[in-house]
Ligand binder design. Sequence first.
Ligand SMILES: Nc1ncnc2c1ncn2[C@@H]1O[C@H](COP(=O)(O)OP(=O)(O)OP(=O)(O)O)[C@@H](O)[C@H]1O
Ligand SMILES: O=P(O)(O)O[C@H]1[C@H](OP(=O)(O)O)[C@@H](OP(=O)(O)O)[C@@H](O)[C@@H](O)[C@@H]1OP(=O)(O)O
Ligand SMILES: [Mg+2]
Ligand SMILES: [Mg+2]
Length: 349
Amino acid sequence: MAERMRRFGVGYALAAKKEASFIQVSLVNLAKERGIDLVKIDMDKPLIEQGPFDCVLHKLYGEDWKRQLEEYAVKYPHVLIIDSPEAIERLHNRISMLEVATELEIKCETTSFGIPKQTVVYDAKIVSASYLESEGLKFPVIAKPLVADGSAKSHKMLLVFNKDGLSKLKPPIVLQEFVNHGGVIFKVYVVGDYVKCVKRKSLPDVMEENLGKLESCLSFSQVSNLNTLEKNDDKYYKLMNLDDGELPPLSFLREIARGLRGATKLYLFNFDLIRDNRVGNRYLVIDINYFPGYAKMPNYESVMTEFFWDVLNKGFEKGSCEKEVRMLVGNEPAVSPLKRGEKENTIQV
Ligand SMILES: Nc1ncnc2c1ncn2[C@@H]1O[C@H](COP(=O)(O)OP(=O)(O)OP(=O)(O)O)[C@@H](O)[C@H]1O
Ligand SMILES: O=P(O)(O)O[C@H]1[C@H](OP(=O)(O)O)[C@@H](OP(=O)(O)O)[C@@H](O)[C@@H](O)[C@@H]1OP(=O)(O)O
Ligand SMILES: [Mg+2]
Ligand SMILES: [Mg+2]
């Protein structure tokens, strides 16, 4: 007689916009087929009274939510919380976010890696052209809000071309060197061990000789985020992935993803990479985002389902990235998500 498949409950707590994009019927159904029930957490009720869930998937912040998660983990010590609020918080500050990348030792002979020069500014009065110079920066620079907490404000950027633009700064901000990168950004999505790199449109290069001819600054927000229709369009993906040869080397992306996973202790994130046009084969990480727009990844349903299946069945590398194996009886062996429909630029770390 066939053994009954053990079912798992994954409670999710997401903002309405995230829920609308991520919790699609196709994902819910695929997960269900694999014995995983995605259940909405009722935010009007205490978390502790809900479930019990085998896993809590969340992208919500605040002290109260953090306390509720802690309480839940005490009551249900085997619950998998994806991800740890402390680990996520490191990405909420654009300095500590990129510091993670500087901690990595990437061993790749042909390709180098780093972050753009940057400095944090708390007081607008101290910023002048000579201050920039003393910080090793020159025009153009990008001013990014120091806090990256997902609010619309935290995505408001200012590209500053000359000293007049410095008067528009609204600290606390990070001033970062603008690096010409051919108008293309690489978004590298990480889901546990799974890595997917896609190309997106970015800001165009700025020529030094044009600096004087431009306005003092340009404000923009989420330039690589196109409208939803375009994002989900197969043709769009084909267009942006036209030539895989132009993507950064796979082994290199794999190393960065593995390094960032270890350093951040996060399972769900993406990072933005640009190719520094001044130096051949040098890539810079400019942004790391917790639980990004996975629904934009082709086959996101199977990637996410396999990830849930893997952590629920094989255990969760809690915090330290040491495997804490939680064996559950009566399940079929895990199948690597990459065995199915694997693409050239899809790799596993
Ligand atoms: N140092 C840089 N040099 C050149 N272009 C940059 C640099 N930093 C950011 N950009 C451009 O500005 C865009 C927004 O920057 P960034 O990714 O840091 O902002 P964000 O609001 O956190 O983005 P996301 O929507 O991915 O969270 C990038 O996608 C890229 O096009
Ligand atoms: O809105 P989308 O689904 O596209 O996802 C974006 C996500 O917004 P959401 O979490 O509100 O959905 C953003 O999160 P916050 O910084 O604002 O927290 C950030 O991660 C972006 O990088 C994501 O775009 P992507 O990098 O994947 O293109
Ligand atoms: Mg970004
Ligand atoms: Mg970001």
